[in-house]
Design a protein around this ligand. Structure first.
Ligand code: NAP
Length: 490
């Protein structure tokens, strides 16, 4: 770093880990701030993160397209209200190329070790790469590490089997017998997308889901023309969608008694009652917990897909997997050619498996032995100058993670500015602030809908919702500027 000691303005060297949505954002915003001594490390050979990896049939985002866009890069070309995954991937590739981010990425380079030694982050990556940075930004994603189910005989299956995030597009599903395990957003999108291709489709449901049947209208050529001619229209739309989302959803789920939540429940119930005609199937699809307790699933056509003659809902528990298919506890063998594991992600990993060691040899594995925590989701005591985007305890779920990351990045930039202005060389949250934050958020989590009695990926190992338990307005307010009293600066 030019200007070595606190007191001297400095231009830090910054390592960004991950070239997905949050990494691309970081690179662009650092460049805008004149902090151009940075590099992005990306283990894959393309940008795009989750959208690069999730390429299953029907993949899409159920946050409206004009909200799921960077505020500084509105896109008049979105084809639908909710965009398909390939368009989102193309959008990130386009923004990245247009802003010169690609040229700053070291592709095929997986960071394996980060150690804070003598005031610097020493970084090791695959291929023998070594680097030394003043600041590290972890943009490593949340829903990233596939969770494989602990089902007996998983390896004994004789057909094709893959996780939704590892979709094998060389496998032709035409006329095949396909078994899908899981009923989350991924499974629901896949069922609708492949039911007409598969010969037979069996959906193995452990827990039914509440489903909000929102339609997905296409934007007309005239709509796109208006957006192209007047980008302010898109900015206005971004703002109004953001507010509508916050008012009707984000703020509703953190108050289990809210009227908006009751409305969501009512809409889900009406969707089930009106669109599933067979009373027996309807009961098997009816959840016994509150809507939005699990991450709400949005689909206009799942119920019609699961009622096709070639589709079956299997609610008997899975006993084991055999060479020929899936055997349920009632002894029935469901013969299938392909098994899709729509079983979700290991959401407590964050930047791990990178081996991260902070000040005085403190290991992240130990700091997070109980559960992953970070002050305001950004900073960890004893891990100075290491900042996370979409880290633990932030707002995830039915939100625009782009909006979340943009707010977090502005906050991080203010912390980095303490270093740039020479006011300190190292900055991280104090243990007291982090403990207070953690206690407050655990207390607030008890009032959220996520704590009303269901199993979900929102819950930590102790069954406590691990995500931001307050309103989105509070998140915006917290992110508007750091309270430096809560930071240790040396
Ligand atoms: P998920 O919501 O975690 O769902 C995993 C499913 O697998 C659940 O139905 C779970 O059952 C089931 N499962 C797990 N282990 C099992 C086992 N051993 N036996 C039987 N069933 C098992 O995963 P996901 O669908 O991949 O979605 C993850 C998140 O990604 C979503 O919540 C969402 O935030 C995001 N996502 C968003 C979109 C979108 O924007 N449209 C699309 C896809 C994903 P239980 O419910 O009983 O645990």
């Amino acid at each position: 770093m030019e200007g070595n000691n606190a007191g001297t303005p400095a231009k830090p060297r910054i390592a960004i880990i991950g070239a997905g949505m949050a990494g691309i954002l970081s690179a662009i915003r650092l460049g805008d701030a004149g902090l151009d001594d940075f590099v992005l490390y990306e283990k894959a050979d393309r940008v795009g993160g989750t959208w690069r990896e999730n390429r299953y049939p029907g993949v899409g985002c159920d946050v409206p397209s004009h909200l799921y866009s960077y505020s500084f890069a509105p896109n008049p070309e979105w084809s639908h209200y909710f965009s398909p995954g390939h368009e989102i991937q193309a959008y990130f590739e386009d923004v990245s190329a247009r802003h010169g981010v690609d040229a700053r990425v070291r592709f095929g380079t997986e960071v394996t070790r980060l150690a804070f030694e003598e005031g610097y982050w020493n970084l090791e990556a695959s291929g023998g790469v070594r680097d030394r940075a003043d600041v590290v930004i972890a943009a490593t994603g949340v829903l990233h590490h596939p969770s494989y189910p602990d089902i007996e005989g998983l390896d004994s299956f004789g057909g094709e089997m893959f996780h939704t995030a590892r979709w094998d597009s060389s496998v032709d599903l035409e006329g095949k017998r396909v078994g899908i395990i899981g009923t989350g957003s991924s499974a629901v999108q896949i069922v609708s997308a492949i039911v007409d291709t598969a010969g037979e489709l069996a959906l193995f449901q452990r827990t039914p889901q509440w489903i909000l049947g929102l339609e997905n209208p296409a934007y007309s050529e005239e709509d796109k023309e208006r957006f192209r001619a007047d980008p302010d229209l898109m900015r206005g739309l971004h703002e109004s969608l953001s507010q509508t989302f916050a008012d009707n959803f984000a703020n509703a789920v953190v108050d289990a008694d809210s009227t908006q939540l009751k409305l969501i429940e009512q809409l889900c119930l009406v969707n089930l009652e009106t669109n599933v005609t067979d009373p027996e199937l309807r009961e098997r699809l009816r959840p016994d917990y509150r809507a939005a307790c699990k991450r709400l699933v949005i689909s206009p056509d799942f119920y019609s897909a699961i009622q096709r003659p070639n589709a079956r809902l299997v609610t008997e528990g899975i006993d084991r997997i055999e060479a020929a298919g899936i055997r349920t506890r009632d002894g029935v063998l469901h013969k299938v050619d392909v098994i899709v594991l729509a079983t979700g992600f290991r959401v407590d990993r964050f930047m791990r498996p990178i081996e991260v060691t902070g000040r005085n040899g403190v290991r992240l594995e130990d700091a997070w032995a109980k559960r992953p925590t970070a002050y305001l989701s950004i900073s960890i005591p004893d891990f100075p100058n290491l900042f996370m985007l979409n880290g633990p305890n932030g707002p995830v779920g039915n939100f625009s993670l782009i909006e979340v990351a943009e707010l977090q990045f502005s906050y991080i930039l203010r912390l980095v500015d303490e270093i740039v202005q020479g006011r300190c060389r190292e900055i991280c949250a104090t243990p007291e602030a982090t403990e207070r934050f953690d206690a407050d958020r655990i207390e607030a989590a008890s009032r959220t809908v996520w704590a009303t009695g269901c199993r979900s990926w929102y819950l930590d190992g102790d069954g406590v919702p691990a995500v931001w338990p307050w309103s989105f307005d509070r998140f915006r307010e917290e992110m508007s500027r750091p309270d430096l009293e809560d930071y240790e600066r040396v």
